[in-house]
Write a protein that binds this ligand. Sequence first.
Ligand code: NAP
Length: 266
Amino acid sequence: MGLLDGKIALIFGVANKNSIGWGIAKALHREGATIALSYAIDKLERRVKPLGESIGCELFVRADVTNADEMDAVFAAVEERYGKLDVLAHSVAFAERDALGGRFVEMRREALLSAIDVSAVSLIELTRRAEPLMKDGGSVMSLTYNASRKVIPNYNAMAIAKAALEAITMYLAADMGRSKIRVNAISAGAIKTLSAGGIQGFRDLLKYAEVTSPMNELVSQDDVGDLALFLASDLSRRITGEVIYVDAGYNIMGYTDVEALLGERA
Ligand code: NAP
């Protein structure tokens, strides 16, 4: 018996096998969930379909999360095929390259607004469409990063988008509670993926996170997948509106003596 037997999960944001969304898809499938995938652009179908099919996924729908008609079509397809939804995972983010580096104060307004729209406002749009399908309650989750709460150089527009996403998580949780729909955000440590590659200096950030986190480790897509599994299952039945970290403890540190640590390792 799996923790998610009989559950239907819809995941937005699988671009390839390195995507955090793929780590989530694998973990939920492992415990018995049926997975439906939505991907952003036509050319992704070639990569996403074989991945999905390897875990028995039968429903693939392309949608841009800023396009109302395309989002409607995804939820209509889920309703037609399964008649319900139990889990919604939002693993989507976008910012233009020039908004992921340089002086924060000089950020272009349009670039900031588009990052917030795609990466945060879309969670409201998706949750509103999921609610009527979550007839027996459900779990909504999204992916955030600690740059929302501490300054991490170059995250600029994405940091602001994540701060919005975390606030949206609380407000959605308050709205959805009566329908027994829980809404939480997973704050993942830095992981090498397609999107992360767009952030200037990301390689150095990875090295720093590994050395300074209490566990001296980086986080993997599978680590995030296991937390997503907990949030998708009844094990987290009274948890809503939270930001939960899976980052080997990185966020708790105020100061680490990097020189001493490197010396210890040498
Ligand atoms: P990823 O594999 O590149 O996934 C991001 C996904 O968002 C891609 O599938 C991308 O599709 C999709 N997307 C972008 N714009 C979209 C739009 N308008 N409509 C629909 N989908 C769109 O990177 P990832 O690192 O796994 O990111 C997943 C989530 O984890 C994001 O919210 C990210 O901020 C968060 N996160 C990442 C890290 C990290 O270090 N990697 C840490 C904490 C949180 P395209 O490829 O077609 O653009």
